[in-house]
Unconditional design. Structure first.
Length: 242
């Protein structure tokens, strides 16, 4: 579904942020992209969405990510931003949810049906006509996910989806992510959430892959994580690990 082939990128000449990065994500796979600040996680997302371009090849469902294909690529990818206020720009949840499908040419009737189906799937029917500035942070994060799902993307990208949430809303978002059938690529410092939602983890360090494997294996490796300025998930930190 997603493939990076020897991708490199630098914001300034001589200062590489991503260097010779190669990995692939299969259809339906849930992958956590982790690393300390400055490791290159956000840049990977920007490259995948075509917001910046570098050297090498990036494919989404076999389609090269380049300027000519951006419209096609962005129909395949849904991106949930870390700050929901930067994503929810219409007056109501409903108006945000219909915006993209209508602009993609879907009929009003089909769009209405899709919106209602997504809201029912997430248990958010009561938010449909609520004003975005009058809902809580947790509700807005869920509404942002609903807005992306209304586009019916083949893959969902998420940047710190549980940041700044209270424990109840954090668990609600985690359960929602676990229920999504799409391919998922999630960047986060919340390693407990990554352990809960992802089968596989890619650990970035200085723009390169330091480790790539089963989430349960990598997130239990104290030595590996600490070598790359990270700590064990909280749920594991107090346990004696084999």
């Amino acid at each position: 579904m997603i493939e990076f082939q020897h991708v490199s990128f630098a914001y300034e000449r001589g200062r590489s942020v991503i260097e010779d990065l190669s990995f692939s994500i299969a259809d339906g796979e849930a992958v956590g992209l982790i690393g300390a600040n400055g490791a290159g996680k956000s840049t990977v997302m920007k490259l995948l969405l075509g917001l910046v371009s570098g050297e090498g090849t990036i494919l989404v469902d076999g389609v090269p990510v380049n300027r000519q294909n951006l419209s096609q690529i962005r129909r395949k990818l849904g991106f949930v931003l870390q700050n929901s206020d930067n994503q929810m720009f219409m007056p109501t949840v409903y108006e945000d949810m219909i915006f993209a499908p209508l602009n993609y040419g879907l009929s009003r009737e089909a769009t209405e049906a899709r919106v209602d189906a997504v809201l029912e799937q997430l248990g958010l029917q009561e938010l449909k006509h609520r004003h975005n500035h009058k809902i809580s942070g947790g509700e807005k994060r869920m509404a942002a996910i609903a807005t992306i799902l209304a586009m019916e993307p083949e893959a969902v990208l998420m940047d710190e989806p549980t940041s700044a949430l209270d424990p109840y809303n954090r668990r609600l978002v985690i359960n929602t992510i676990r229920g999504l059938k799409q391919t998922k690529l999630i960047t986060s410092h919340d390693l407990d959430m990554i352990l809960d939602t992802c089968d596989r983890v890619i650990l970035l360090s200085a723009g390169r892959i330091a480790a790539d494997g089963p989430a349960d294996q990598i997130l239990r490796d104290r030595e590996l994580l600490e070598a790359h300025r990270m700590e064990l998930p909280f749920c594991l930190a107090g346990r004696r690990l084999e």
